[in-house]
Design a protein around this ligand. Structure first.
Ligand code: MN
Length: 390
């Protein structure tokens, strides 16, 4: 792993698929896995083999298909689950076993009914067992964000000693705040023996709309793997959105000084494939991949955009896979953009014609959300009638 790189761990096929209503069949999962490979994510979490026979088969199919990214599968901290992962990933070219066990008081007492010592021991034993079959083992302390920091550090230290190669700190319930979550990562880096030998990872949920912000804060504090999903799908309000975190790191490379291996020009296509496979529509104003992410209607903005794109855009649409900026003609648009569009449509415009066209355009735009090229052609036919032709 390069020092200036962030590992992009995509969990669209595992956590994303756990979103109520997002389940995919094997063909759809293969299509998504191929898209993730084209996108060049580093790790694809393909599923949770012990969850169901269907999940097992899907993980096995993805493991056979993928060539490039590491294929990962999830296991509870139990031999039986780890054995299932081992079988499901047998044909993978590069493979990772991802073991999780909750550490927070709420999960210890109400879900697992285990003491602190029992948790630490079980995590350690599961990692050691997984290492018998895998060189690449990730341990996740489920609900880490609500775990006592010193106990979390103790469990992490024992998982590292047992041979974990990646340590993941999930904010399973989307409870963390950026500064506090960054401080937790900093605390682990400072206090855990052996932490420099492993990759520190984060997995943030979006219950308060902070998944990307918390992930970026963790990167600032030294996390070097981000777990994310395409379009931010996942349990409840979803996960850290892949396209947002990747473009934040890239657009603000001046701040982070880090990069990813993701081919960002594939982001829009990947978003569409996942949307189609899951049936989850992408909201129009979604950052990076939404239909309006590079659309401008306000007159002052359109005028600026015609002069210089960077006046109102921090990313180029081509860099994420959109053909170009969309200047939407509507009631907020000004004369400059109307003239430009009419010229693009092949009309010769003098000041007088522009006045009349603009007048008609504004009247139409008051009644419609958007004015399309056909409407402009109709306006031009009215104001520059056929008599002009020989
Ligand atoms: Mn999750």
């Amino acid at each position: 792993m390069k020092d200036d790189g962030i590992i992009v761990f995509d969990t669209t096929l595992r956590d994303g698929e756990q979103a109520p209503g997002a389940s995919m069949d094997i063909d759809q999962k293969i299509r998504v896995a191929r898209a993730l490979q084209r996108l060049r994510v580093d790790v694809i979490e393909a599923g949770f083999p012990a969850a169901s026979p269907g999940d097992f088969e899907a993980v096995r199919a993805v493991a056979r298909e993928v060539d490039g990214p590491t294929v990962c599968a999830l296991a509870r901290a139990e031999k039986r689950d780890i054995d299932q992962v081992e079988m499901a990933l047998r044909d993978a070219r590069k493979r990772r076993c991802h073991v999780f066990l909750a550490t927070s008081p709420l999960h210890r007492e109400h879900k697992l009914r285990l003491s602190r010592e029992e948790i630490a021991l079980r995590a350690e034993q599961a990692v050691r067992y997984a290492r018998e079959f895998f060189d690449d083992v990730e341990y996740s302390a489920e609900d880490a964000a609500r775990t006592e920091p010193d106990f979390l550090a103790e469990v992490v230290e024992r998982a590292v000693a047992a041979g974990a190669t990646t340590i993941n700190i999930p904010d399973t319930v989307g409870y963390a705040l950026p500064a506090q979550f960054g401080a937790l990562i900093g605390h682990l880096r400072k206090t855990v023996r052996g932490i420099d030998r492993v990759v520190l990872s984060v997995h943030c949920h979006n219950d308060l709309g902070l998944a990307v912000a918390n992930t970026l804060s963790a990167i600032e504090a030294g996390a070097r793997q981000v777990e994310c999903t395409v379009n931010g799908i996942g349990e409840r309000a979803g996960n850290c959105s892949l396209e947002e975190v990747v473009m934040a790191v890239r657009t603000r490379a001046d701040h982070f000084g880090l990069g990813t291996s993701v081919r960002t020009e594939e982001l829009v296509a990947t978003s569409r494939i996942v949307s189609e496979a899951t049936g989850f529509l992408v909201q129009r104003n979604k950052a990076v991949v939404g239909e309006n992410a590079f659309a401008h209607e306000a007159g002052i903005h359109q005028h600026g955009m015609l002069q210089h794109a960077q006046t109102y855009e921090i990313m180029r649409p081509e860099d994420v896979g959109f053909p170009s900026t969309r200047l939407v003609l509507g009631k907020h648009s000004g004369r400059h953009v109307l003239r430009k569009r009419l010229e693009d449509l092949g009309h010769e415009i003098d000041a007088q014609k522009l006045d009349r066209a603009f007048d008609e355009f504004k009247r139409l735009a008051d009644r419609r959300k958007e004015v399309h090229d056909v409407d402009l052609e109709a306006i031009m036919r009215r104001i520059a009638p056929v008599e002009a032709r020989p």
